[in-house]
Design a protein around this ligand. Structure first.
Ligand code: SF4
Length: 77
């Protein structure tokens, strides 16, 4: 279980979440940042740091946002 970075991050990449994560599980990809779902401890600290409200609790993802969890999983392979 994890938090997931969704579409507002695409081409925005503010990156303010990266330094706030206590377990360093946010990594920069080509078009967006990704949260490693296997490392995230669900502290929620990154949610408030994101200026475009891109970070969503996995449990609250809409059907359209589910693709971003799959994208993160494949990014960390
Ligand atoms: Fe890192 Fe916490 Fe955000 Fe997970 S919820 S990515 S552990 S800051």
């Amino acid at each position: 279980m994890a938090f997931v970075i969704t579409h507002p991050c695409t081409n925005e990449k503010a990156g303010e979440c990266v330094s706030i994560c206590p377990v360093d599980c946010i990594v920069e990809g080509d078009d967006q940042f990704f949260i490693d779902p296997n490392t995230c401890i669900e502290c929620g600290a990154c949610v408030a740091a994101c200026p475009v409200e891109a970070i969503i609790d996995e449990h609250d993802l809409t059907d359209e946002q589910e693709v971003y969890l799959e994208k993160a999983e494949s990014f960390f392979g």
